[in-house]
Design a protein around this ligand. Structure first.
Ligand code: ZN
Length: 419
């Protein structure tokens, strides 16, 4: 074991030197230092006990492949093996991002449902890209994510166990996040990543663990035997049809409060993913692209209530009720796509058309105008609008379109009708 101190220099494989500025934090595996790299501040993860050469080679491969998406704080440079160990360099975590665990402990809160959905989308997008490039994460848990509470932007860290899917890292993962088959002794892969992803998403939305209810709470002491049972052989979702493991009042308050408030399609997605059938069939687990679709459909029904000003999901657009004030709310209209997709509109709602986290439309109130609610183009490209009489007009970034029944609005390749 070799710790580094301020002023020490480590050699990178590309010939450059990194100078230690100070320690930023430490964990079981190693220490993270702030380093100066030719005038640029970056982070160095330095292993306390150098992992084997296979691990080193794998880091080297990941660095040359590059990050699958901007969600990852990916290893960018590798140090030589020196001073009894080695390490890798990554970008610094920017200010304002907090560990996911802080949200679970209610020390941090999302600024809005919009931000929460953005975080979910970014996590799914990250794992979609990771799996698409043939890699698996293998050790997905609540310590891997840093989230900005107002925007919902996410950074995924600890990417040093990422390996080509099917290659064994020797890491099994963290208890409570490991798929039941991994608890049972199988090596992690992209399918077990998908289980862990569903657990993380559940905790993001509901603030409690999906398999920790009354049955787990009644366990006097979480020994390895019990752990193998409750997270492996006898795993049981807290909202399974079998009610033996329901959340407990006074302990699992977050999920008790939020579960009934969240849209049915989200409840259904988790009920299915955490059903006995899917839990024991890893290759049937929901792929990231489908999760993105679920999140998109939640976004489409999330509006600002014109009565109380809070965000609400609208489950029935024919009789929209606000989940905060309980009043019927007036929808200004909706954007309808040929495939049946409907995006609900009220003043001050932000609309996301695609599955990234860049807003596309701001619904703005224009008091006194003939059309008092309008759609502002907040994209960087022109829209095309067609009136019922066939007149065509281009809508530049920043400009508005009235919410007027029958208008046809083309945004990129998508053609909506305002209803
Ligand atoms: Zn309301």
């Amino acid at each position: 074991m070799q710790e580094l101190k301020t002023g020490d220099k480590v050699n990178l494989t590309n010939g450059v030197q990194a100078k230690i500025v100070k320690e930023l934090g430490r964990g079981g595996q190693g220490i993270v230092y702030l380093v100066d790299l030719g005038g640029k501040q970056m982070a160095l993860k330095w292993y306390l006990k150098a992992p084997d050469n296979k691990f080193y080679k794998n880091l080297e491969e990941n660095i040359s492949k590059g990050s699958p998406s901007d969600a990852f704080l990916w290893p960018e440079y590798l140090t030589r093996k020196e001073k009894g160990s080695y390490g890798y360099i990554m970008k610094l975590r920017p200010q304002g991002y907090y560990e996911f665990g802080q949200y679970l402990l209610a020390r941090r809160q999302f600024g809005s449902f919009e931000a929460m959905l953005n975080a979910a989308m970014k996590i799914c997008e990250g794992f979609y890209k990771l799996h698409l490039s043939g890699l698996s994460y293998q050790d997905l848990n609540d310590g891997n994510f840093f989230i900005e509470p107002q925007t919902g932007d996410v950074l995924i860290c600890d990417n040093d166990n990422v390996m080509p899917d099917g290659r064994k890292s020797g890491i099994m993962g963290k208890a409570r996040y490991m798929a039941p088959e991994v608890v049972g002794g199988k090596a992690p892969d992209k399918y077990s990543d998908r289980f862990s992803l569903a657990v993380i998403l559940f905790m993001l939305f509901f603030g409690n663990h999906p398999f920790e209810g009354s049955r787990v709470l009644a366990c006097p002491c979480m020994t390895e035997t019990f752990e193998k049972k409750f997270y492996g052989s006898e795993i049981l979702f807290i909202y399974d049809d079998n009610k033996e493991n329901r959340p407990v009042r006074g302990v699992h308050n977050n999920v008790l409060r939020r579960w009934p408030a969240m849209p049915k399609q989200l409840q259904d997605a988790f009920k299915e993913q955490f059903s006995k059938e899917i839990l024991s069939a890893p290759d049937k687990r929901m792929i990231e692209k489908k999760w993105k679709g679920v999140i998109q459909s939640l976004r489409d029904t999330l509006v600002r209530c014109p009565k109380c000003g809070n965000e609400t999901f609208v489950s029935d657009s024919a009789a929209p009720v606000c989940m905060n004030c309980g009043k019927l709310l007036d929808l200004s209209g909706k954007l309808v796509l040929g495939n049946g997709r409907e995006i609900l509109l009220t003043p001050n709602t932000t609309v996301y058309i695609d599955d990234d986290n860049n807003p596309d439309i701001k619904v703005i109130p224009v008091p006194g105008d003939k059309y008092p609610v309008q759609l502002q183009n907040v994209t960087k490209k022109n829209w095309v609008v067609e009136t019922q009489s066939g007149k065509i007009k281009s809508i530049e970034p920043g400009a508005c379109v009235p919410v007027r029944t029958g208008l046809k609005l083309s945004i990129g390749t998508l053609k909506f009708e305002i209803q």
